[in-house]
Every structure is written in C-alpha cells, then in structure tokens.
Design a protein around this ligand. Structure first.
Ligand code: NDP
Length: 244
C-alpha cells in the first residue's frame, strides 16, 4: 500500500527518540513537510543531520505557557502525531503526587493542548486533518507498577474519543494507536529484565514484542486517506494481547 503525504504539513511530538522519531522520518520519506517537536536539542540536531528538510522545535511540552509560545507561529498543520510521553514505575502504594502530575502533564495535558492549537488552525482553514495519539495497551490492561502510566493512557483513549466526537464535524479525524511493548528507551526501562519480558511475551498470541516499524505503519495508515472513514478508534498494535 503506497501512501503519499506530498503537499501535507505534519507535526510530531516526542520526535527526538523512539516511535516519534521514526514517525517523523517516515512522514518526511512519504513527502510531508514535518515539524519535529521534542525537549532535547541534541536529538533535534541529530534528526536534522539525518533529514535536513525537517523543521525542529525544542520545547518542554509539560510547560503550558512555553508550548503556547513555541507553537504560536507554527503555520498550517494537516497531520498531527502526539507521541511524547514519559513513564515512571512504582507500586500503587508508593505513587507520589509529583510523579502523578509529571506523567499527566505530558501524557495527557500536553496532547490535549497541542491538539487544541493545531485543531484551531485546521478549523480556521476549513481544510480538516488527521490526528493520531500514541496510547498503549496499558490503557486497557493493568500492568504491575504502571499505575500512573496506565491511568494516563486510559485518559488519553477517552480524549481521543472526545476529540473524534467534537472535531469530526470539522473534517478532523482523531484516532489512537495502542501498541504493546516496543524496545525503545521507554520500553527498555520497564521490560529489559528477561523474566518480566518473557512473562509479557507469553501473554501476546504472536509471541513477541512490536517493532517500531509496526507502530509507525499503523500511524501512517491512520493519518492517511486510506482510513478516511475511521474516527475515534483506539487501535491495538499488540499481537493480540488485548484480545485475550
Ligand atoms: P521514548 O522514551 O523512546 O521517546 C519519547 C520521546 O518523547 C523522547 O524524544 C522524549 O524526549 C519526548 N518527550 C518526553 N517528555 C517530553 C516533554 N515534556 N516535552 C517534549 N518532549 C518530551 O518513548 P517511545 O518512543 O517508546 O514512546 C513513544 C510513545 O509510545 C509514548 O506515547 C509511549 O507512551 C508510547 N508507547 C510506548 C511503548 C513502548 O513499549 N516503548 C508501548 C506502548 C506505547 P526526552 O528523551 O528528551 O525526554
């Protein structure tokens, strides 16, 4: 299936590493002009070396005012991927308010804020658009030591549905991808221990974790017109984990 994004402008958050970075490069490869947003300048520098056509934006998305200022002259965006997120692991009884605020600020509030800014522009231009939130299997299945992370992703799934409901009439589709474990920096943090990894893979009918490319391909499909009647779905990329 060939997908071309020639003539489109896209924005990807969390573009410095992992799934966000690979999505940025894939979108550029498919002809889109891409704005890459993350908080580490070194990651943006290496991304630009790899793909000079990318526009980079360095901002901490947990900071509402800084995000507002950074994105005010962003120009028209047709495609948005909210991939930025962070995690922290602790038993439920040890969750702190600081960890709670940190994760909700990035994983939920920033996705809402960036989407609001981009959707305002899409509505003003009347051109519509497509937004993909990167959620997780953790939104629908409790995972030990992932209390706040699971809660943020559950919130993100409902945010996706609300956005689909209210932005749909403006020709803006909103969907999420919900991957199983992917061995990015974030994935390695939680799943590097062999016993933990094998306990998880044994619950995945296909018997292995997802590759970054599996997630990126699904994101590209949801961004593209190939999915033009798909709106408000939370699409597992999980080898069947959530089906069992
Ligand atoms: P990575 O940790 O590899 O990359 C996350 C990116 O987001 C980094 O570039 C990071 O920048 C950026 N980021 C984090 N916080 C902020 C912030 N406050 N402001 C701006 N940028 C920020 O994660 P993945 O690629 O693995 O994850 C991408 C998405 O996929 C996330 O939404 C994650 O929840 C989801 N996901 C991941 C899975 C996995 O197993 N890896 C499984 C299911 C879902 P920096 O490094 O500078 O902090």
């Amino acid at each position: 299936m060939e997908i071309s994004f020639a003539g489109y402008r896209a924005m990807v958050t969390g573009a410095g590493k992992g799934i966000g970075r690979a999505t940025t490069l894939a979108l550029a490869h498919c002809g889109a002009k891409v704005v890459a947003v993350t908080r580490s300048q070194a990651d943006l520098n290496s991304l630009l070396l790899e793909c000079p056509s990318i526009t980079s934006l360095c901002v901490d998305l947990a900071d509402w005012e800084a995000t507002e200022a950074a994105l005010q002259h962003i120009g028209s965006i047709d495609l948005l991927v909210n991939s930025a997120a962070c995690t922290s692991l602790q038993p439920f009884l040890e969750v702190t308010p600081e960890q709670f605020d940190k994760l909700f600020n990035v994983n939920v509030k920033a996705a809402l804020h960036v989407s609001q800014i981009v959707a305002h522009g899409m509505i003003a231009r009347g051109s519509g658009g497509s937004i993909v939130n990167v959620s997780s299997q953790a939104s629908q299945c409790a995972l030990r030591d992932h209390t706040i992370y699971c809660a943020t992703k559950a919130a993100l799934d409902m945010l996706t549905k609300m956005m689909a409901l209210e932005l749909g009439p403006h020709k803006i589709r909103v969907n999420s991808v919900n991957p199983t474990v992917v061995m990015t920096e974030m994935g390695r943090l939680a799943w590097s221990e062999p016993e933990k990894a094998s306990a998880m893979t044994s619950r995945i009918p296909l018997g292995h974790f997802a590759e970054v490319e599996d997630v990126v391909n699904t994101i590209l499909f949801l961004l593209s017109d190939k999915s033009k009647m798909t709106n408000g779905v939370t699409l597992p990329v999980d080898g069947g984990f959530l089906a069992c």
